[in-house]
Design a protein around this ligand. Structure first.
Ligand code: ADE
Length: 417
């Protein structure tokens, strides 16, 4: 059967994308090792894998690894602004079916995702839950063939756990986000660095001395607050969870409601996974020049409808910065249309971090393959051996050795000695 054609912006952009992919390959030793093994053993020979992930260079390498493992791979971007068109073009020429372009409209986004799901997947990889949602609604006909999938992120897992609780999930989904080697590094250090990368390269403004408001103190929020402190900012955290609020306080941050923080902040970063975190009553009291950035999965945390309703004028004042002019002359600056600032305005998480996350993705898919029909249609944890393997390999790649328990110590720890 001939492969469906890719739907991308411009094939001529491929050379730039190739350079980006070549660069990340040199810094992803775990995926490289998996690639070597899969290339020889071809575990996914003849199978179809549909992917919905942020389509930048690290993701492209993961797609190539699965393609080299014998699979027919189709991929879409998981956010209209995170796709890099040069990377999409380079990936398409390597034999992967790519359905993605930067800046697609919501209708185009659906069409592109439908094309990817239309491959008739045996396995899926999702980031945020849109692909799995589509397969359980408009494209139900593909459900019987699907053996399982993996979800990359916290938001996607919220959606999946809701489906599972309602008994609606029709294939097993592995919670890649919840592996230690994922959230401890990707959510915390990955988001911590890439969010500031996005804000700094977009605004070119100093962070030192500014008051930064971080909304949400989950693993991502912890990372962003920690790095803001390191950059010299005065950090305020807003939370709804009393334990996380306490933790933020003991980590040295001021904690207060958003209504109070709104008057003090100069840079705002939302990472709650919830909607309407910053709304009209907050915009009304913000300082002139406040910068608004979102690093949560969907563009619903900073209310764009409220911002638009308050604004007397909106214009792009620099690439990826929209200025909302308030009636009283204050200017509020929204980065990347309120979409994930680290991907819409930068290149996503650092390469070595995504090496860990995508190694877990690849090995979790292999686990699903080997498990066959034995797994229930539920949200499943990443097997401990995958997490451990990834940690050990990363230590090895970094040249770090660690101690091993002696037999006597093992006995002691087991209460035998
Ligand atoms: N690059 C690819 N997927 C990503 C993600 N979920 N977060 C940050 N960077 C990424």
């Amino acid at each position: 059967m001939t492969q469906p054609a890719s739907m991308i912006k411009d094939q001529a952009l491929a050379p730039g994308g190739r350079l980006k992919i070549d660069w990340v390959k040199q810094h992803m030793p775990l995926l490289e090792q998996i690639n070597e093994e899969f290339r020889k053993s071809k575990p996914f020979a003849g199978m179809n894998i549909a992917i919905c992930l942020h389509l930048e260079a690290k993701t492209a390498y993961l797609a190539q690894v699965l393609h080299n493992a014998g699979a027919n791979v189709a991929i879409s971007g998981s956010n209209p602004l995170s796709t890099q068109d040069d990377v999409a073009a380079a990936l398409a020429e390597s034999g992967v079916i790519v359905n993605a372009w930067h800046g697609c409209t919501p209708q185009e986004y659906d069409k592109l995702l439908q094309a990817t799901a239309g491959i008739g997947p045996d396995f899926v990889i999702d980031d945020g839950g849109d692909l799995v949602h589509l397969l359980h609604n408009d494209l139900k006909k593909h459900l019987p063939k699907i053996k399982g999938g993996c979800e990359e992120t916290t938001t996607g897992l919220h959606r999946l756990r809701g489906m599972a609780a309602r008994n609606e999930l029709r294939f097993p989904m592995i919670a890649v986000n919840d592996a230690y080697c994922k959230y401890l590094f990707d959510n915390r250090y990955g988001t911590g660095q890439s969010t500031w990368d996005g804000i700094m390269r977009t605004t070119n403004l100093v962070v030192a001395g500014k008051t930064v408001v971080v909304a949400g103190y989950g693993w991502c929020g912890r990372g962003v607050a920690m790095r803001a402190k390191g950059l010299g900012a005065n950090v305020i955290v807003t939370e709804v969870d009393p334990i996380k609020a306490l933790e933020a306080g003991m980590d040295g941050f001021r904690v207060m409601p958003m209504q109070e923080a709104a008057r003090r902040g100069q840079i705002f970063v939302t990472l709650t996974g919830c909607n309407d975190v910053i709304t009209k009553e907050h915009f009304l009291v913000m300082q002139d020049g406040a910068v608004l950035a979102n690093a949560g999965h969907f563009d619903v945390e900073i209310s764009k409808p409220d911002l638009a309703a308050l604004a007397t004028d909106v214009k792009e004042v620099r690439a990826n910065i929209e200025e909302y002019m308030m009636e009283d002359g204050r200017r509020l600056y929204l980065l990347g249309e309120g979409r994930l600032v680290n991907l819409a305005c930068a290149d996503g998480h650092p390469v070595e971090i995504m090496d860990l996350s995508f190694a877990i993705q690849a090995l979790s898919l292999e686990y699903l393959l080997k498990a066959g029909e034995t797994l229930a249609d539920e949200v499943i944890e990443v097997p401990k051996q995958v997490d451990n393997w990834v940690a050990r390999l990363k230590l090895k790649a970094d040249g770090v050795e660690i101690d091993t328990l002696s037999e006597a110590q093992v006995k002691y720890m087991n209460g035998i000695a």
